[in-house]
Design a protein around this ligand. Structure first.
Ligand code: SAM
Length: 315
């Protein structure tokens, strides 16, 4: 039990190591003295951190040369690693951590502690902060890399044009576009987000949009992946109405979300309430929400160890 109380020490030690690019600067063997010059940090403090990171095998010590070097675990916290998690690690220790420290406020008011701390809804807050926006989306892409790796095996009967609405940096749609080179795809998100997206396959078109406004394009099928869970029923309803209007009758809507009754996600629900005044819905809540906005569920299957794919038809 008591080990729990200081678990955040470990996380914040690693998170702050990421913030000062410690792992990046130990990809090749490096001394503490040299690292401190490169990062403008103090050896007396860094030594304790490096000792801990060595004890936990993020770093290996090379005793003969008094140097340290990243272990495979430490390499995962470096920039641009194919299996890296540096952005996700930084993300959770910034505004999310601050919001969690306001949990007492959310418990008393059921209002998002994030909005009290930052005087803004979460996504609006990100829009004019390029570094925060990039960190958030690179972190989402790190999760998406694993979560959507097999999406092509699940969406097998796609029409000619499928749009991923709120698709972030496009990890999911890139996978689909590579699996189905003869089909066309649209990646749609806020313009600031699409500006961060890297090169896309030829069959992916970028369409900036605000999904609370009518879409200026039509699609034969729409994907909403981890979008509805960010919004309460009223706001989610606006997004669904806009999807409805962009689809033909019988057009498919693919919803990728965690279902509270299938996965134990109570802390994730608290996190969504703290950050966005939403929560992780149950299957019944999604059914009600989708039916209310004229989508009929035609199939539902577990997609990975977290998310369910709900296939709907526009009525
Ligand atoms: C939780 S992320 C999900 C990203 C991606 N679909 C995934 O599953 O990894 C939510 C996405 O909604 C986008 N978003 C938020 N507000 C938006 C708006 N008003 N219009 C369009 N996209 C928005 C964000 O930029 C972000 O990419």
């Amino acid at each position: 039990m008591q080990a729990l109380f200081t678990q955040y020490w470990h996380f914040l030690a690693v998170q702050n190591a990421c913030k000062i690019n410690l792992f990046d600067l130990f990809i090749s063997p490096n001394t503490i003295e040299n690292f401190c010059k490169q990062s403008q940090t103090q050896p007396v403090a860094v030594q304790f951190l490096v000792n801990f990171l060595t004890e936990e095998e993020y770093l290996y010590q090379i005793t003969a040369s008094n140097e340290y070097v990243c272990s495979p675990k430490g390499l995962q916290l470096c920039d641009n690693q194919p299996n890296g998690w540096k952005n996700a690690c930084i993300l959770w220790g910034e505004e999310h951590l601050n919001a969690w420290q306001g949990l007492d406020y959310t418990l008393k008011t059921a209002q998002p502690a994030f909005e009290r701390a930052y005087n803004s809804p979460f996504f609006a807050y990100l829009q004019d902060k390029p570094n925060k926006l990039a960190n958030y989306h690179l972190a989402m892409a790190e999760y998406a890399r694993e979560d959507y790796a097999k999406v092509g095996d699940f969406l097998t009967d796609l029409p000619t044009i499928t749009a991923d609405i709120g698709g972030g940096l496009g990890v999911l749609i890139k996978n689909l576009a590579k699996t189905y080179p003869d089909k066309k795809f649209i990646l749609a998100d806020l313009p600031e987000v699409l500006n961060l997206a890297t090169a896309m396959p030829e069959n992916v078109e970028l369409k900036p949009l605000n999904f609370f406004q009518p879409f200026l394009f039509a699609a034969e099928a729409i994907i909403l992946a981890r979008v509805l869970h960010d919004w309460d029923d009223q706001q989610a309803g606006i997004i669904l109405n806009n999807c409805y209007n962009a689809l033909p009758q019988g057009g498919k809507l693919y919803v990728f979300e965690l279902m509270q009754d299938e996965i134990k996600a109570n802390l994730l629900s608290l996190n969504m309430l703290l950050m966005c005044k939403s929560h992780e819905r149950s299957g019944c809540e999604y059914k009600r929400l989708l039916n209310t906005h004229n989508f009929e569920i035609v199939d539902k299957k577990l997609f990975n160890n977290l998310q369910t794919l709900t296939v709907c038809e526009r009525m």
